[in-house]
Design a protein. Structure first.
Length: 456
């Protein structure tokens, strides 16, 4: 019996010679990628790099196949190749056995016991951030959340030993590089080689970021640093292949990876949660009521993380509606079968979490922010906030702990208000984030973190 040939994979309309789909992507990448779900079936081909096929996987079952079943045999693809220009070789850019080894080195930092130890540091950082805000102040909330996420991460990763000026520089340079990575994914590779100011700024910022982290790592290494943080662990780790300690370069790549993977993502989710709470006083009141009941007058601790189901649902809903991923890639290394299709080696595969999580067939009324959609049901298979398979986010529990700890600390001290009619649009660079998010701070009465039922 011969099987019928599968239908050909359609090509998305509007590709240009030399440029591929770059014009559409540069104009509005989220709208372009989302429109593919309306117009095409389970697989659709777009062109990012002329001469290379990029297949967008849209069907949730095939996305699972790509991430879980095919995961071990695929390379990481274009997105991670561009990230690698900053990170070098690290757990996030590696594939195959190298990835398994690198992931094993990092894993101990993310155990339950270690995450429990980090909560007090995270809460103290959140409390210190909030303490600087004044009633009536107009705050760039996204910027503040990037700062807080980097603070929380640096305290847990390398005991926060960067001075304030270095921190500010690192933040600025990281944002230049991350925006650059976002652009480089969409534009054909030849654009990177043009002597444009945009490319020069990217190169300078990338060198500056690596130099800052390398210096910090070298100084801490020389000081005999052993404070039980992630850096201490990496400095003690051995390269399984050589049996030697990791080189300064390897340690720098892994630390930088954690800083990059764990800052923009967490900062965006924090920002969206605060935005949604400001938009819907009913949801905010329920969060406050739960915090009041569970915490009484005390600050949040690790034991509380699992005892705040409504806040968890709010966070889940932000991870659904406002997911930070818009193009997660893989690449075939040999002829590969996905569903009924066979793809040659060197084919790029990609999926868009942001569009997947807004598909009305998978999530009814997808654009409404409704934490109660998570009330009685377990998450559907198409909900992939942290990915799946062997590259699933290593920081998932760390991130959820940060999110609960920071939100609980922030919302008990302040509430935010939006200007009348203000809406906030997502923008996708390396990750999807609010374009700008300015809100006005109102401190709550008894705004100490001990305030029991403030705002109820
Ligand atoms: C809300 C925040 C976060 C979200 C939404 C998120 C999402 C993700 C996703 C979807 C992946 C899988 C990418 C793929 O399929 O290739 C991933 C991987 C990863 N994430 Fe996260 N992440 C978050 C926070 C963090 C944090 C806080 C850290 C570290 C402290 C972290 C470290 C990593 C690393 C190292 C990987 C690569 C894992 C591997 O390839 O083995 N992430 N993240």
């Amino acid at each position: 019996m011969t099987l019928a040939a599968p239908p050909p994979i359609p090509r998305a309309a509007g590709s240009f010679p030399l440029l591929g789909h770059a014009p559409q992507l540069v104009r509005d990448n989220l709208a372009f990628i989302s429109s593919l779900r309306d117009s095409y079936g389970p697989l659709v081909e777009i062109t990012l790099q002329p001469g290379t096929r990029t297949v967008i996987v849209q069907d949730p079952a095939l996305i699972k196949t790509m991430l879980v079943d095919l995961g071990p045999s695929l390379d990481k693809g274009r997105f991670f190749e561009k990230m690698g220009q900053l990170l070098g070789d690290s757990v996030v850019t590696a594939a195959g056995q190298t990835h398994v080894r690198k992931r094993r080195q990092l894993q101990p930092a993310f155990t339950h016991t270690n995450i429990a130890r980090y909560v007090d540091l995270m809460r103290d950082e959140a409390a210190a951030t909030v303490a600087n805000w004044k009633s009536g102040q107009s705050l760039d909330v996204r910027e503040a959340m990037v700062g807080l996420s980097l603070d929380m991460l640096s305290k847990t990763v390398f005991s926060g030993s960067l001075d304030e000026a270095t921190f500010r520089r690192l933040r600025r340079d990281l944002s230049v590089v991350m925006n650059g990575v976002g652009a480089r994914i969409m534009l054909p590779d030849w654009v990177e080689r043009l002597p444009l100011p945009f490319n020069r700024r990217f190169d300078q910022a990338r060198e500056a970021v690596r130099a800052t982290i390398s210096t910090a790592v070298a100084e801490l290494q020389a000081s005999g640093h052993d404070t039980g943080d992630m850096l201490s662990m990496l400095l003690r780790a051995e390269d399984e292949e050589t049996g030697r300690p990791l080189t300064g370069h390897q340690v720098c790549s892994e630390i930088l990876t954690l800083a990059v993977a764990g800052t923009e993502t967490t900062a965006s989710v924090l920002s969206w949660v605060l935005y949604e709470l400001a938009r819907d006083p009913g949801i905010e009141e329920r969060v406050q009521a739960e915090l009041g009941d569970v915490l009484g007058g005390r600050p949040v601790t690790f034991d509380d993380i699992g005892r705040l189901p409504y806040l968890q649902r709010v966070i889940n809903e932000a991870l659904r509606l406002h997911h930070t991923g818009w193009l997660v890639t893989r690449r075939t290394t040999e002829e590969t079968r996905i569903g009924q299709w066979t793809l040659p080696a060197g084919t790029e595969l990609a999926y868009c979490q942001h569009a997947l999580h807004r598909d009305p067939e998978l999530f009814p009324d997808p654009l409404s922010f409704d934490p109660d959609r998570w009330k009685d049901s377990s998450p559907p298979p198409a909900f992939l906030p942290f990915g799946a398979g062997k590259h699933k986010c290593i920081g998932d529990r760390f991130a959820l702990t940060e999110l609960v700890t920071a939100i609980a600390t922030i919302v008990r001290a302040v509430r935010f208000t939006l200007a009348p009619g203000q809406t906030v649009q997502p923008v996708a660079r390396a990750t999807v984030r609010p374009k700008t998010l300015r809100m006005t701070v109102q401190r709550r009465r008894d705004s100490d973190h001990g305030a029991a039922h403030a705002g109820r």
